[in-house]
Design a protein around this ligand. Structure first.
Ligand SMILES: [Cu+2]
Length: 73
């Protein structure tokens, strides 16, 4: 599980845009966006960097928070 901080999300539209960006990288990814916490949790075999790049392309800053096993990038 990849956990990303996406501090620029402010509304439901932002959540949709971030989800769309994630799905553009991996259509099969499981994604859970928490607007209040401004985080996105992604379950995928693709590296976090690819999702960060796609979310940034969509106009939102994203930062790697931690992986499920606790490693911090
Ligand atoms: Cu918004």
């Amino acid at each position: 599980m990849i956990h990303l901080n996406v501090p620029d999300m402010t509304c439901g539209h932002c959540v949709g845009a971030v989800e769309k960006a994630v799905r553009s990288v991996d259509p099969g990814a499981k994604i859970a966006v928490d607007l209040k916490a401004k985080t996105a949790s992604i379950e995928s075999t693709i590296e976090a960097e690819a999702f960060i790049a796609a979310i940034e392309d969509a106009g939102y800053g994203a930062a790697f928070k931690k992986s499920c096993c606790g490693h911090v990038a």
